[in-house]
Design a protein around this ligand. Structure first.
Ligand SMILES: [Mg+2]
Length: 232
């Protein structure tokens, strides 16, 4: 751990402040049930993997956000040979997802302790019509100093233009006084590092093995540890 004094925290939302996996499971289960598909664990795991692969392709700019949202269920059903209406599933799933928010252990404590000391800004690659209700539902919108959703910004993490936009819209922002916190090596850590901001990987399940080209400056397994890094 370093002794640096940070004044700004740029934090990811999904699977960082919010337990996206829990929301995803719930929204998927509701959506599949509505379409007459049994929401068993295998189907849920297959969906999660399929969806993750699409988001990675989005990060690599191999498909657009609209294409992802529009086609993910048709593609997923096809990949598993499930005979269900993928076009009907997309809006249903979004509606179900936007109505669920599970806050990660330590997230409220982190936001409360930062208040008045560290500027906290949410940086999220999600879809605005899903993320805004979830920010509001969790109360995080009122506990942070601002939020940036890639759909509004016009660029997504890890694109440096996303971070340029964020830095230009935070009063008094200095990248050398900022820390990026997130669970994604490819989006949060790679993006923050490329823009020249210190990075902190949130790795609750100890998946990161320290290998690879993208290396976070700091790794934490719980959000309470971020309090020590920020010295608050
Ligand atoms: Mg995330």
């Amino acid at each position: 751990m370093n002794n640096k004094k940070y004044r700004f925290l740029l934090t990811d939302l999904d699977n960082t402040l919010l337990d996206f996996s829990a929301s995803e499971r719930e929204a998927l289960s509701r959506t599949l049930s509505s379409l007459g598909v049994t929401p068993d664990e295998q189907t849920a795991a297959a969906y999660s993997a399929y969806n993750d692969s699409l988001w990675k392709r989005l990060e690599r700019k191999e498909l657009t956000r609209d294409e992802l949202i529009r086609t993910r269920f048709t593609g997923f059903f096809k990949s598993l040979g499930i005979d269900a209406d993928g076009c009907a599933a997309a809006p249903l799933y979004e509606k179900n997802l936007s109505g669920t928010a599970y806050v990660t252990d330590g997230a409220y404590e982190l936001l409360r302790r930062c208040r008045g000391k560290i500027g906290v800004y949410v940086i999220s690659n999600g879809t605005a019509r899903v993320q805004l209700p979830r920010l509001s539902l969790s109360g995080i919108d009122k506990m942070c100093d601002g939020y940036f959703i890639s759909e509004h910004v016009g660029h997504a993490k890890p694109d440096v233009r996303f971070f340029e936009y964020v830095s230009a819209h935070i009063p008094g922002f200095k990248k050398e006084e900022a820390l990026v916190l997130g669970d994604s090596l490819s989006a949060d850590i790679a993006g923050g590092a490329a823009f020249g901001i210190d990075t902190c990987l949130f790795d609750p399940n100890g998946k990161y093995d320290g290998d690879g080209t993208v290396r976070p400056d700091i790794t934490v397994s719980d959000l309470y540890s971020v309090l020590d890094i920020l010295h608050i």
